[in-house]
Design a protein around this ligand. Structure first.
Ligand SMILES: [Zn+2]
Length: 685
């Protein structure tokens, strides 16, 4: 298992956040994983597993071709030119206490060599992504040679640096460089898959091989589910669960997963593949700690507290989402109305202009930063979204040469879900572009922090005010927030599931999943189905899901604290970028997440902000008059305020929203009294 110590920087790896829901690719994502990671050294595996994590977070099927060096594109040279022009922009005036320089001259010399190697590594990755064929006038072969020579030199010099007598900053920088250098891949090429799903049934197989076999099941079976007589992949099936309005068709899509569930968890017998695997994971965690322990340490709490927080979040959803029980095949559809309603107003060609305008309004000019975008699908291209360095910011002749980032995505169509993802990716861009530190630390912060921060701007896309300004249309707050938080609480449910499986690996996973989802998500019990087994992380990186649940807590904390300090930013705030750079981002990988958040908030992290957000979904009392009944349980929605908060009750008609009569009610949460337009959910489907 990878070490995610909060005291040391994370390895160099892109932030992958693919959510493109309609990717038509014959090559599966897990195939890439299995092929690129199997039998590889740890550092490459770390790199691969982040691809896995993000791809599956977003239910994206393929990343194959991500590192295919053979791709050519006439745009590449043009991009090289524009990139070269963007490299010497004057930096924003952001200071860093640590400063960008080393204390010792010897260390300084090694660190600049490290910066060259680090850049060559990320440039090779950029070329191999298919975005460019040359960079700064050098082709791939020239960069490869440069990389090999400099890397060999760096390895020797790093070895020879003294082990004592250095400042604390130099000592940490050396440790960071040594760790990062091991993670450099020098571009990438793919290998053939080795693991086989059928091996998961073998009782004599060792824990690591069992995990690999289960991941292979996601490849072999997850990519050829049978639906209505043809084959679809896991992602398309999940997509259909969001979009199919015919309930019986939704149910058949859901049951297309049966072969995958059976491969992962057999018939839920005590020695099913998953149950043997989680026993192995739990035994290993008892020796080395688990992903859950690592994430807990990142925010300064213990595993017991993690569990309490997860339960609190699920409880908030339980209390706020009505009492109506839904079938598991209806949950995604019920929650996804905002995406369906706004989809037609967000054509693909509008994605990038909206994204750039929002960041300009936040004080971050992505074009001026020289960010490279590669957003169209190609057959050989990674079929998920991710963000990575092209070059790392550093001091050159006394001036700061900024970081250049690239965003890669395979966008075939627009929609709110995709737009949210693009804004998230650019959250990663502004994160790494804001780093001002010595070369050893110009790198990603922890996974937990990086993903949580990228959601700080991207959650705004689910705010009606943001939608009105940037899309010209809005959906009611209740619908938007439901779409956003339904994704969060599903991740939290998986987090709790894993946490409890780790603690008691003999637990019946179907019974546990049923207990969590029926109690907190109002999902009809189906303990006969292993329908939890649709996330490949559960097999590949047991315990990893907790990063998502806790990440949402950090996101809510940051959004609230920034709003309190700067004012609202859902419709832009020109001070935003400079301020978050100064207070959160400039350190890069130097500061651990726990210290960073503690200093930022002036207190330890707490789940309170997220809990309050989820409670915004809750209509507690209702006073509406007019033609519509107000008591049809589960069918009423309460929308954004349209009247002053002190109004005790009112009646209002608004024909602008979908051409329907809309009535207003009052929702109370604690002392928050708000007016809401009200209409029947059935009117919108
Ligand atoms: Zn991300």
């Amino acid at each position: 298992m990878p070490n995610r110590s909060s005291a040391t920087p994370s390895v160099v790896a892109p932030k992958f956040c693919g959510m493109a829901a309609t990717i038509a690719s014959a090559i599966s994502f897990p195939k890439f994983l299995a092929s690129a990671c199997k039998g590889e050294p740890l550092q490459r595996y770390l790199h691969c597993r982040r691809i896995l994590r993000e791809a599956n977070r977003s239910d994206c099927p393929t990343v194959s071709g991500c590192y295919n060096p053979s791709i050519t594109n006439p745009m590449k040279n043009l991009l090289s030119l524009s990139l070269a022009c963007s490299l010497f922009l004057s930096p924003k005036s952001i200071s860093a206490d640590a400063g960008p320089m080393a204390n010792s001259k010897k260390v300084s010399a090694v660190e600049f060599l490290y910066a060259d190697v680090s850049d060559a590594n990320s440039i090779l990755g950029t070329i191999d992504s298919g975005l460019l064929s040359t960079y700064r006038g050098k082709d791939r072969a020239a960069w490869e040679q440069f990389y090999r020579e400099k890397r060999a030199k760096l390895a020797k010099k790093l070895e020879r640096l003294p082990g004592s007598g250095l400042s604390g900053g130099d000592t940490r920088a050396i440790a960071a460089m040594r760790k990062q250098m091991k993670a450099f891949t020098g571009g990438g090429a793919l290998f053939s898959p080795v693991a086989k799903c059928q091996d998961a049934a073998r009782k004599d197989i060792a824990y690591p091989d069992l995990k690999s076999a289960l991941v292979a099941c996601f490849v072999e079976i997850g990519n050829s589910l049978t639906f209505e007589g043809s084959k679809i992949n896991r992602v398309s099936a999940l997509d259909l669960l969001h979009e199919t309005s015919d309930p019986s068709r939704r149910k058949s899509v859901f049951f297309a997963f049966v072969p995958l569930w059976q491969a992962i968890n057999g018939n839920n017998e005590p020695d099913s593949p998953y149950r043997r695997m989680i026993a192995g994971a739990s035994a290993q965690a008892a020796k080395n700690g688990s992903e859950i322990d690592n994430a807990a340490r990142d925010i300064g709490i213990d595993a017991a507290e993690v569990e309490r927080w997860l339960v609190q979040i699920l409880d908030a959803w339980r209390e706020s989402s009505g009492d109506t029980m839904v079938e598991p095949w209806d949950f995604r559809f019920e929650a996804g109305q905002a995406d369906r309603l706004l989809g037609t107003h967000i054509p693909r060609e509008s994605l990038q202009p909206i994204n750039q305008r929002y960041y300009r309004d936040l004080g971050a000019d992505l074009e001026q930063m020289g960010t490279l975008y590669d957003l169209s699908p190609r057959p050989e291209k990674a079929a998920l979204a991710y963000t990575e360095f092209v070059t790392h910011g550093r001091m050159v002749n006394g001036a700061w040469r900024p970081t250049v980032a690239r965003v890669t995505a395979p966008y075939e169509r627009g929609g709110l879900f995709v737009l949210n993802e693009l804004v998230h990716e650019n959250g990663h861009v502004v994160n790494i572009t804001a780093i001002r530190n010595r070369p050893a630390f110009v790198d990603w912060p922890s996974d937990l922090f990086a993903e949580a921060f990228a959601d700080v701007p991207s959650w705004s896309t689910y705010e009606p005010l943001w939608q009105r300004r940037y899309i010209g249309h809005e959906v009611p707050e209740q619908l938007s927030l439901r779409a956003l938080y339904s994704v969060v609480v599903l991740d939290v449910a998986w987090s709790l599931f894993e946490l409890r499986m780790f603690r008691a690996p003999l637990t019946d996973p179907n019974a546990l999943w049923t207990e969590i989802t029926s109690r907190y998500l109002h999902i009809v019990p189906h303990p006969e189905l292993s329908w939890w087994a649709v996330r490949v992380q559960l097999a590949d990186i047991p315990g990893y899901m907790v990063n998502y649940g806790l990440g949402a807590i950090l996101t809510a904390e940051m959004r609230q604290h920034i709003s309190e300090a700067l004012g609202a930013f859902d419709t832009g705030n020109p001070r935003w970028y400079g301020w978050v750079s100064e207070h959160l981002l400039r350190y890069g990988s130097e500061r651990d997440t726990r210290t960073l958040m503690q200093d930022f908030l002036g207190r330890p992290v707490s789940p309170q902000a997220l809990l309050e957000h989820i409670h915004r979904l809750k209509p507690e009392s209702l006073h509406a008059t007019g033609d519509h009944s107000t008591d049809s349980a589960g069918l009423l929605l309460f929308c954004r305020p349209t009247v002053p908060q002190d109004s005790p009750s009112f009646h209002h008609k608004d024909h602008s929203l979908h051409g329907m009569d809309i009535f207003c009610g009052i929702s109370r949460y604690r002392n928050d009294v708000r007016g809401f337009p009200l209409f029947k959910r059935t009117d919108l489907t």
